[in-house]
Design a protein around this ligand. Structure first.
Ligand SMILES: Cc1ncc(COP(=O)(O)O)c(C=O)c1O
Length: 464
C-alpha cells in the first residue's frame, strides 16, 4: 500500500466513518467498540484496509462488481478525459461515449437493439417494469399489467423491485408492496419443491411448467412480463437445471409474456465464454438489464436494453402524446459511465477475459468439488464461470442448513487468512448458508487456489 495517508490521517478517517457513515447491510452496534472496515486501496485482485492488512478479494468489491480488477489506469484516464470534455447532459440528448458504448454493447447482444441508460441495477429493472406496464396500457387495454418474478431471485432495493423480490427475509418490515407482482417457484434442484415427480419429467421442465400454472391461474390476459435472473445470485447461486430455459421461452411465447432477464450480476463476462448469462441458454429476451460489471465500479452505470420490437411500441403512434417512454433518469446522462464501460469492454476483449473466466471458473469448480469430497459440511457446489457457491449443511441426508453463526465464522476465518469471501445474507430465512465466490475475471490459477485453500482451512477450523 502506498504511503500517501499517514497513520494519523487514517485514524481520523476511521473516526469520521464511525461517526457519520451509515453502511449498507450491516448492524452498527459493534462499531461502538470496534472499528468499521475501511478499504483504502486496491490493485488487481488485492485490497488494503486501514491497518495496512492485505486481502485477496474473492468477491469483486463485495457484490460482484469489480470485474476487471482494481487500479485500472486506462479506465481512470478514459473517465478523466471525458469529464473534462463533457461531464453531463440529460438523456434527451446523446453523448459520444453513450452512442459508442451502445453500439459496442449491442454488437455483443444479437437480437437486441436499444440501450436506455440509468444508474443502478434497481433502477434499470424498474425501467423494464415501467415499459411492460406502459405496453399493457397502450396495447392490452390496461390488462397484462402483472409481472411474474421468482422465489429466491432479487432485483433491487427499491420498493417496486422488492415487490418483485423472491427473498422473503430481505423484504420483512418494508411492506406494503406494489400490487400485481406475482411469484413463481424457484428452480433449485438441490432443494426440489414438493409436487415434482422425477419419473415423469426433469426438474427443469417441472419448475418451468410451474410458471405456466401461475399464468393460467392468474389469467394469461393479465400477465405482461416475467423477470428472472439467468443464474440466481444472492438467493443461493442457483444454476438453472437442464431443460428449464427452453421451456420458459416456449411459455413466454405461448402467452405473449415479455421476458426480462436481470443480468445485473451475470452481465458483462461474469459467467465466462459469453458476454451475458442468458447467452449460455439460447434465450431470446425482450429486456436485458445490467449494472455492476458494466463499468466494473469505475463509474455508476446501468442499462435497460430492449429489442427493436419493444422500442417500436414506443414510437409507432406519434400522434398520441403519451406514446413514448416518459421516464427521467437524471444520472443516466452522466458520461463517465459509458466512457468507463467502453474501456471496460476493450479490456475484457483484449485480455481474453471471457476465456480466462471459463478456465478459472472450471478450476475453481474443481477445487470446490474437492472440498466437497473432503468436508461433509459442503452439501452442494454450483456455479457458472467465476460465479460460484458452496452450500453448507449440518447433515447431508436431511440437507439441514448450518447455522448463520457458523457461516459467519467461516467468513471470519477466511478474512483472518487475508481472503475476503461472501455468503448469502438476510436473504431466505433459515437458508443463509451458501458461501459465494466471484473473483475478478483476471484471476490466475494461484489466486483461485489461494481462495479455496483458505476455505479449506476455515472449514477445518469451524467444523473439524
Ligand atoms: C440480480 C440483481 N439485480 C438487481 C440488483 C440491484 O442492483 P443495485 O444495487 O445496483 O440497485 C442486484 C444487487 O445486488 C442484483 O444482485
Amino acid at each position: 500500500m502506498d504511503g500517501t495517508l499517514s497513520q494519523n490521517d487514517l485514524s481520523h478517517v476511521v473516526d469520521a466513518d464511525r461517526a457519520h457513515v451509515w453502511h449498507h447491510l450491516i448492524q452498527h452496534k459493534p462499531f461502538e467498540t470496534g472499528e468499521p472496515r475501511v478499504i483504502i486501496e486496491g490493485r488487481g485482485m488485492r485490497v488494503w484496509d486501514q491497518n495496512g492488512k492485505e486481502f485477496l478479494d474473492a468477491v469483486s468489491g463485495g457484490v460482484w462488481t469489480v470485474n476487471v480488477g482494481y487500479g485500472r489506469e486506462s479506465i481512470a484516464n478514459a473517465v478523466r478525459d471525458q469529464l473534462i470534455k463533457l461531464n453531463y447532459f440529460a438523456g434527451s440528448a446523446g453523448s459520444v461515449p453513450g452512442a459508442l458504448f451502445s453500439e459496442k454493447l449491442i454488437s455483443k447482444m444479437p437480437g437486441m437493439s436499444r440501450v436506455y441508460f440509468t444508474n443502478s441495477g434497481s433502477e434499470a429493472n424498474e425501467k423494464a417494469f415501467k415499459m411492460i406496464r406502459q405496453i399493457a396500457h397502450k396495447r392490452h387495454g390496461g390488462k397484462k399489467t402483472k409481472i411474474l418474478y421468482r422465489d429466491r431471485d432479487y432485483h433491487g432495493g427499491t420498493i417496486a423491485t422488492m415487490s418483485a423480490g423472491g427473498q422473503d427475509e430481505r423484504n420483512i418490515q418494508y411492506g406494503p408492496f406494489v400490487p400485481d407482482f406475482i411469484r413463481v417457484p424457484h428452480c433449485m434442484e438441490y432443494r426440489a419443491q414438493e409436487g415434482w415427480n422425477p419419473e415423469s419429467e426433469s426438474y427443469g421442465e417441472w419448475a418451468a411448467n410451474q410458471i405456466e400454472e401461475v399464468i393460467l391461474r392468474e389469467g394469461p390476459d393479465t400477465v405482461g412480463g416475467l423477470c428472472l435472473e439467468p443464474v440466481t445470485a444472492g438467493g443461493g447461486v442457483i444454476t438453472p437445471p437442464e431443460g428449464y430455459w427452453q421451456r420458459v421461452q416456449e411459455i413466454c411465447r405461448k402467452y405473449d409474456v415479455l421476458l426480462h432477464i436481470d443480468e445485473v450480476v451475470c452481465g458483462v463476462g461474469r459467467t465466462g465464454t459469453h458476454w451475458f448469462g442468458y447467452q449460455h441458454y439460447g434465450i431470446e429476451p425482450d429486456f436485458v438489464t445490467m449494472a455492476k460489471g458494466v463499468a466494473s465500479g469505475y463509474a455508476a452505470i446501468a442499462c435497460c436494453v430492449t429489442t427493436e420490437r419493444v422500442f417500436e411500441m414506443f414510437k409507432d403512434d406519434a400522434d398520441d402524446p403519451l406514446n413514448y417512454f416518459r421516464d427521467i433518469s437524471t444520472f443516466g446522462g452522466c458520461t463517465a459511465g459509458p466512457a468507463a464501460a467502453l474501456e471496460n469492454m476493450r479490456i475484457i476483449e483484449d485480455e481474453g477475459l471471457l476465456e480466462n473466466t471459463t478456465a478459472m471458473g472450471d478450476r475453481m469448480m474443481g477445487n470446490l468439488q474437492a472440498l466437497m469430497e473432503k468436508h461433509r459440511v459442503v452439501g452442494d457446489v454450483r456455479g457458472k464461470g467465476l460465479f460460484l457457491g458452496a452450500e453448507l449443511v449440518a447433515d447431508r441426508a436431511t440437507k439441514e442448513p448450518v447455522s448463520e453463526k457458523q457461516v459467519a465464522q467461516v467468513l471470519a476465518e477466511c478474512g483472518a487468512q487475508g481472503v475476503i469471501i461472501g455468503s448469502t445474507n438476510r436473504s431466505v430465512r433459515g437458508f443463509n448458508n451458501t458461501l459465494y465466490f466471484s473473483p475478478a475475471l483476471i484471476a490466475t490459477p494461484d489466486d483461485i487456489d489461494e481462495i479455496t485453500e483458505a476455505v479449506d482451512k476455515a472449514l477445518t477450523k469451524v467444523f473439524g
